[in-house]
Design a protein around this ligand. Structure first.
Ligand code: 3IO
Length: 354
């Protein structure tokens, strides 16, 4: 009788302990699925995700965030292997490398192949996009509305933009006279902007810029300024001239066959992430730019140069023909160029209010 009581008491205590422990465990905040027993390692869908710049930069930060969300939301059904730094596919190989299946997923900057991505590169025109968040939403709307044929061979997983571009340079740029003939790095529509300002524009992807700055091939660059911190450009470029002119548009694309082979529930997770990822990246970028400027000023003694209103008016006047030039080329390529620019202006205005 006594022994039975002991056994019963132990059983009750164990049961209570068990329930108590379960309660204190975090709910579903882990990549381990509730039904992990069912997902054998061989069942896991493994996807490679290539990126061109180094891991600390924003295209790779958003890649890691996407991987984390996908693995969590598919309960471990999908495992994403991220490959930063161009070691799987480099900046200009990204689109073709994903189409041919060298990587399952790839992140590319569309400014590096301006003729190939004409529609989405309209977002890089000097249209007054005020932030990465507004730019990213406007770009996604543009893509969704026009469904450009250059993406027909891939599944587009998301799009986003950099923050507005500014001049980072070894010597101060305070006037148009200062920028005249200066060797500055940019790509795509940003390069056309530098040309209009009289700089000697040098085209190359961001990932080639550290070496070009080191070797003195360029005296600075034109892009969003979080790179002052993420690439340590602030060690070489002690000046930022605020122009806040245009953004660089990015796309994340997936091999079409790999996409087609995904189960429906996984497809749903990816599709639900598209706009969310676009917004997340825009917000991350805008916050990170601010942190990077603060760091550059305090830690690296970088001077931030604001153009006077009169000076800025002169700079802007030189850009008036850039949009017309793009329209001319886009029309020649058979695109509804004016509609594209009008739609962009409208969505920039709408998203800027939010
Ligand atoms: C960029 C590209 C790679 C890593 C960080 C970056 N920040 C802004 C950009 C935009 C861009 O593609 C470029 O070439 O300036």
């Amino acid at each position: 009788m006594k022994k039975q009581w002991i056994v019963l008491t132990l059983a009750v205590v164990s049961a209570l302990l068990y329930v108590g422990c379960k309660k204190t465990q975090p709910q579903s905040e882990t990549a381990v699925p509730a039904d992990s027993a069912k997902t054998q390692p061989s069942d896991v869908i493994k996807l490679t995700y290539a990126n061109f710049p180094p891991a600390p930069t924003f295209p790779c930060v958003q890649m890691e965030r996407w991987k984390t969300e996908v693995e969590k939301r598919t309960h471990g059904k999908v495992a994403v292997q991220t490959v930063p730094g161009g070691s799987l596919l480099d900046a200009k190989e990204m689109m073709d490398g994903v189409i041919s299946g060298q990587a399952d997923i790839g992140c590319l900057c569309m400014a590096y192949q301006p003729g190939r991505f004409m529609v989405t590169n309209a977002a890089a025109l000097p249209l007054g996009i005020p932030s990465a968040k507004v730019g990213s939403q406007a770009l996604w709307d543009l893509y969704s509305k026009y469904q450009p044929k250059e993406f027909a061979d891939v599944k587009v997983l998301t799009m986003f933009t950099s923050a507005p571009a500014n001049i980072m340079s070894k010597k101060p740029v305070r006037t148009l006279a200062d920028i005249k003939g200066m060797d500055l790095r940019a790509s795509g529509e940003a390069a056309q902007i530098l040309k209009a300002w009289g700089a000697n524009q040098v085209g190359m992807p961001m990932s080639s810029t550290p070496e070009a700055l080191q070797k003195g091939v360029v005296q600075g660059l034109f892009s969003s300024v979080e790179v002052m911190k993420d690439f340590k450009f602030a060690e070489l470029c002690k000046y930022i001239t605020m122009t806040e002119t245009n953004i660089y548009p990015f796309a994340v694309v997936m091999n079409q066959k790999k996409w087609n082979a995904l189960p429906d529930d996984v497809k749903t997770v990816f599709e639900e992430l598209a706009v969310e990822q676009c917004l997340w990246t825009g917000e991350y970028m805008d916050n990170h730019v601010q942190e990077s400027i603060d760091w550059a000023k305090t830690e690296q003694k970088v001077e931030v140069i604001e153009l006077s209103a009169e000076e800025k008016a002169q700079w802007n006047a030189l850009l008036e023909s850039n949009v017309d030039e793009w329209i001319k080329q886009a029309k020649a390529a058979g695109l509804p160029a004016e509609d594209i620019v009008d739609d962009l202006k409208a969505s920039i205005a709408t998203f800027s209010l939010k």
